[in-house]
Ligand binder design. Sequence first.
Ligand SMILES: [Zn+2]
Length: 584
Amino acid sequence: MARLDPHSYCDDAQPQTDTVDWVARVDFASKTLTAVATLTFARSGSGPLDLDTRGLTIDRAETLDGRVVPFVVHTEDAVLGARLTLTLPEGTAGVRVAYRTSPEASALQWLEAAQTHGGVHPFLFSQCQAIHARSVLPLQDTPRVRVRYTAALTVPAQLKALMAAAFVSREVDGDLAVERWQMPQSIPPYLFAFAVGDLAGRELGPRCRVWAEPGVIDRAAFEFAGADAMLTTAEALFGPYPWDRFDFLTMPPSFPYGGMENPRLTFLTPTLLAGDRSLVNVLAHELAHSWTGNLVTNANAEHFWLNEGFTVYAERRIQEVLEGAERGALSEALGRESLDEAIKGFKARPALTHLRTDLTGIDPDDAYSQVPYEKGYLFLKTLERYVGRPAFDVYLRRYIETFAFRSITTDDFVRFTRAALPGALEAIDAPAWIEGPGVPSNAASGGSARLDALRALGTTPPADAVAGAWSPAEWQLWLQQCARTPDDVDCAALDARFDLSVSGNFEVLVAWLELGVLAGYVPAVPRACQLLSQVGRMKYLRPLYKALMVRPETRAVARSTFEACAPAYHPIARQVVRGLLSAP
Ligand SMILES: [Zn+2]
């Protein structure tokens, strides 16, 4: 027997799940799901079967032909959750487990009507990455075990359910509706996803539809109007789109991430709705995951860079085609800023800045950082520079074709790359990237004329004509540059001249408020607190809470803001901010 994933009780000597049939009733009053999960195995088996669970109450278990299956729920582990051991009778082809979820299920956020845009109906959504699917259903919660599934969700009839799967049917019976879905392609369990709320959809093209609350749908449809063209661009780069449809859902403001690449239904933060389509690179990122991540998947969280490094690379290739090389260079520079910041944060734990990590005993949410994204990107960019783009493009297509619908490790990547690009890994000293800390000195860097001009400014404000022509990315970079020496910046003058405190672009606004708070610019503090009460995206919570904790006079404000806002934050975000506020 072997447990091959440090974050799962899955034992590869036991039967492996092939398909899941999930039937669940959503109860907003008790914030629970009452459900039956039927797991069918790739091959019949007997004896112990270990499944992952967290906070589930197991009511009963039986075989597909109705024989009782004895089970034990072990003591809950803080990182892994509780192991559920079933004892399968001879010749068991599958099991049916009846259970209920906990109101504290770590994958689920139950929003009160007041937390939605419309303010009338409640909202429910799931976020299963990295290891939260087990709080929704008992399963082998490791990307190594890919499953296909069918699902039937019973929800209040006035609400709409959506799943990251193909829609089958909706039947209304009195005040309840049953919505059926199926996922014909195999997915790792962290891509299991659904949402329930007052939702409207708008077609954006033959394969793309955007979903949002009715009051947000017009803005969302405008912002993401280019989705279909983006999909065509991505196919030209990476091969045919393997998931049939590319729909996406604009989430309520508490959604903790920029996006989540749930196949057939990407989840997106509403902070992307800048009104000028300037933040659609996040949509490009989630789309790119259709190949790198969802199709070729990391075997466990220790190889997360295979998902995110490849996807940042792919995202920037899409962006380069759609917006030009100059814009790509700015994105790369922004990425490098966030990477350096992340590496600084891991000063005491440099092993977490390796591409391949050892996460035994470590919660993947605690290890989460920009390192797998941006260091992974730089590694691939360095490889691309060494072999040349034409050879790299052939390599990338072959990598995707070879590992499609498989879950792989860094060793699989190394073996494949050695054979496909002989000598390249040695030439760029791949071990220093994969098994070493920080960023190796041979990292490729793009650069551009606009980037150089911006760097040359230092903390000097741009001339009005220049500022008027600046893209949000240039503003963001310049503001971040100023935040390194905040005492040299006259924030009041800047705000008066460029109206930064009322920027409609969250990336610019947060970079500005971070600078303002660090510089002791008093009006920035209430504005930052107001923003912290309106959105729950961790990318913004982190720098603003961190900045508020720098000066003694704003620490109490940080704590009281968090106390007031915490109930509205997603459980994952709450945990992250609590960590920031308790840091010495
Ligand atoms: Zn990603």
